[in-house]
Design a protein around this ligand. Structure first.
Ligand code: SF4
Length: 234
């Protein structure tokens, strides 16, 4: 993905993926000091503390693939919040390193996956009445992690991870089992990390406030957008 212009599109799958990438201004290949990691992100707020934790060890590319989000206005709002964080984070990291006189930080890159709600409804079919955390969520995790693993393999990432484990409302063991399964299937590594630990969830709230991010009050799909669901912070 060397040298792609900002908001270039990717010729993968249906070709509707797009994103922004750090490009080599001098025309030379970017020198990477760390392994590249594709991070599936469910939303800007959850990604904050995960990105902060990962950038010292990996060159992170965020993959925003969430066809479960309903309605589309909400999807656009979460997408905008994700981009706002990455841009703000890149700016502040660069400024910090410039101040210190060391430039080692590799900008966080971004890919937006295809937003196709039909893909979510296909896997959620028959599970409309499941409670949050039930089989519908398992299928929703599978959909998003399978696509992320395939994208990682296609784009040459040796490792992938997900921000889903930041949430105290999501089952870490279930997510890990799915991540490891698709990692094995695609021949790449899945980084099994419980990102809510080491103060990860609290830090995500702190960073979301710091960067002025929109924080939603339901998980994402129409079934979770109920009065009861809204009581639970994502
Ligand atoms: S509640 Fe959340 S994880 Fe479960 S199906 Fe809906 S969007 Fe997916």
């Amino acid at each position: 993905m060397k040298g792609l212009a900002p908001w270039g599109s990717l010729q993968w799958n249906t070709g509707r993926e797009r994103g922004f990438f750090e490009s080599a201004e001098d025309g030379l290949e970017l020198k990477r000091q760390r392994p590249r990691l594709l991070l599936h992100s469910c939303c800007g707020p959850c990604s904050t503390s995960v990105i902060e934790r990962l950038v010292s060890e990996y060159d992170v590319t965020v993959y925003f693939y969430n066809p479960n989000i309903d309605p589309e206005e909400e999807y656009q709002r979460r997408l905008a919040s994700q981009i706002k964080f990455i841009e703000g984070f890149n700016q502040s990291r660069k400024a910090l390193e410039t101040e210190k006189g060391v430039l080692t930080f590799h900008q966080v890159e971004f890919i937006e996956g295809e937003y196709c709600p039909e893909d979510f409804y296909e896997v959620a079919q028959g599970f409309d009445n499941e409670p949050e955390g039930g089989q519908r969520c398992v299928e929703c995790f599978r959909l998003r992690l399978e696509k992320t693993a395939k994208m990682a393999r296609w784009a040459g990432f040796p490792i992938f991870a997900t921000t889903l484990t930041v949430s105290p409302h999501k089952d870490y063991d279930v997510i890990t089992e799915i991540g490891l399964y698709f990692g094995r299937k695609c021949g790449i590594e899945y980084l099994a990390t419980d990102f809510k630990k080491k103060n990860g969830y609290a830090r995500s709230i702190e960073l979301s406030k710091e960067y002025g991010l929109y924080r939603q009050h339901y998980c994402g799909c129409e079934y979770s957008n109920t009065d009861t669901g809204k009581e639970t912070d994502k």
